[in-house]
Design a protein around this ligand. Structure first.
Ligand code: FES
Length: 135
């Protein structure tokens, strides 16, 4: 079911399943083709259990290596601007180095008081020892 505005009215309609699948497939391809991965570091540049700060296209990004998996979130804490790359990681949770607000490092989601704004996260992939981010 889809909802939209027609004049001042909220309207609902549905599409036949086959058409809906086709629209979803085209939309999905469109989004994937718009995502641009860019090499930002080598695997050896990010020690296990640590974070490094990157500045790419004016964005400050914290890149983490957690047991060989790489995660990237914006590098500035939403509370008072601490460098999240210097935070402590424990079981997938990133704790801000200044006041300890916790973020889910894989999703960038803020998990606790006092800040409510999550950190932007970036898709990461590794190819032949290179770390690429979706920007
Ligand atoms: S600056 Fe990050 S919790 Fe305060």
């Amino acid at each position: 079911m889809f909802y939209g505005i027609d004049g001042n009215e909220l309207v609902a309609w549905s599409l036949p399943r086959a058409l809906l699948r086709r629209v979803s497939a085209v939309a999905s391809r469109g989004v994937k083709s718009m995502i641009r991965f860019r090499k930002v570091a080598c695997v050896d540049d990010v020690p296990e259990g640590r974070g490094v700060a990157l500045e790419i296209e004016g964005k400050r990004i914290a890149l983490f290596n957690i047991e060989g998996q790489f995660f990237a979130v914006e590098a500035t804490c939403s509370q008072h601007g601490a460098p999240l790359n210097k935070g402590v990681i424990y079981e997938g949770t990133l704790c801000c180095p200044w006041h300890g607000v916790a973020f889910d490092v894989a999703r960038g989601v803020c998990m606790a008081f006092p800040t409510e704004r999550s950190a932007a996260r970036y898709d990461v992939k590794v190819e032949e020892g290179d770390i690429l981010l979706a920007l």
